[in-house]
Design a protein around this ligand. Structure first.
Ligand code: UT7
Length: 348
């Protein structure tokens, strides 16, 4: 059995505000056919992706993070000075160091509160951050901001057709607090299998392969090595298992879920997980068609959109589930309060 974390449902720690941001520029599948051997039809049929958002040349990771964070704060009715901690999850930081959270703390005008990044956990970063935020609130922090942000278009190897069509840019944020009106975090599980690090990896830039002139000339600094089929299989297995595990912890069945918001990497992965859990289409939210895979931003961005689309009923159980490089996986079960009711503006 993989290691798992568990939290019982003995408190009302949960989400009190949500926000998301996606940059304006839209890249359609047809745009890629100009420089790689692909077709819009191939991309759509194999992934479900039709378009994705890309940041403008002058936009950086902290710009995206700030927009999502300000929206989440406004949604919670808070000012940045009321935050007690900031967690940013990203694989595409503002700079190599210091971390993006330091830039965000200053940009928001927050107090001199602890601010740090969770980096490198791929698409599972946000749910890991959410789990940490919850434990920080349980040990005394009143309000913790968690931002999942990714500017993957800066990493893309434009010549590698097997990866360059998959990713998009975006950010999603939540404020976690102990409040009666919060969308309560009922239970969460997470796990890691570090035996498969090589199946999805960006090697250059680390100590193993520093960026030299030769590495840069060969474009290895932006080469995401991925065994697509291996990642696909593992994503289905791990997300299905994590979902079952978190449901078992809460004593619920999949039938009782109001909505599942999975990591948005590939609609075929989402469909396979839905089949494995015998979910009906109305129980599953997808937006991969419009945003592609936005890594750490994927789950909070999708949750914001699900809310704006009126897909979450107050009182419903909402399951968030993710899988990413590492391999890491995580699942979080929420009990929706009014904070997930469809009263807020959609993602820009
Ligand atoms: O969040 C975690 C991040 N990553 C993922 O979630 C990715 C998980 N994996 C996947 O989503 C899928 O494996 C892919 C979408 C990446 C690929 O789909 P697939 O059905 O597994 O295709 P494949 O890798 O088995 O490739 C089939 C063929 C290959 O050609 P040959 O060897 O059969 O001649 C590829 O070269 O498709 C080719 N191919 C493409 N053709 C046109 C790969 N990329 C493209 C492309 N356009 N963009």
């Amino acid at each position: 059995m993989p290691h798992a974390t568990q939290h019982e449902a003995e408190d009302a720690v949960g989400l009190i505000g949500l926000g998301a941001y996606a940059p304006a520029r839209v890249m359609t599948n047809a745009d890629w056919t100009a420089w790689i051997d692909t077709s819009a039809e191939w991309i759509t049929s194999r992934t479900g992706i039709e378009r994705r958002r890309f940041a403008a040349a002058d936009e950086t990771t902290v710009d995206l993070a700030e927009q999502a964070a300000r929206r989440a704060l406004a949604d919670a009715g808070l000012s940045p000075t009321q935050l007690d901690e900031i967690i940013v999850t990203t694989d595409t930081p503002e700079v190599y160091f210091p971390d993006t959270a330091a830039f965000l703390q200053h940009r928001l005008g927050a107090r001199e509160i602890p601010s740090y990044d969770l980096a490198g956990s791929g698409c599972s970063g946000f749910l890991q951050g959410l789990d940490i935020a919850r434990s920080r609130v349980m040990t005394g922090a009143r309000r913790v901001l968690v931002v999942g942000v990714e500017l993957l278009s800066r990493l893309i190897d434009w010549r590698d057709r097997s990866t360059c069509v998959l990713f998009g840019d975006g950010a999603g944020a939540v404020v976690v607090a102990r409040e009666p009106g919060a969308s309560r975090i009922v239970a969460s599980v997470a796990g890691t299998d570090g035996s498969k690090t090589e199946l999805l990896i960006l090697e250059a830039g680390g100590s193993r392969r520093p960026i030299t002139e030769d590495v840069a000339r060969r474009g290895l600094h932006r080469h995401i090595a991925m065994d697509g089929r291996g990642v696909f299989r593992e994503a289905v297995t791990r997300m299905s298992a994590a979902a079952r595990q978190v449901l078992a912890r809460a004593g619920l069945s999949a039938r009782e879920l109001g909505l599942v918001v999975p990591h948005q990497a590939n609609v075929r992965i989402i469909d396979a997980v839905a089949r494995s859990l015998a979910l009906s289409p109305s129980q599953v939210f997808t937006n991969v068609k419009d945003f592609g895979n936005t890594g750490s931003a994927s789950v909070p961005l999708a949750l914001c959109q699900a809310r704006a689309a009126g897909r979450v009923e107050p009182g419903a159980y909402v399951l968030l589930v993710s899988f990413g490089a590492g391999f890491h996986w995580a699942a979080t079960l929420l009990r929706a309060s009014d904070t997930l009711a469809p009263r807020r503006a959609p993602v820009a």
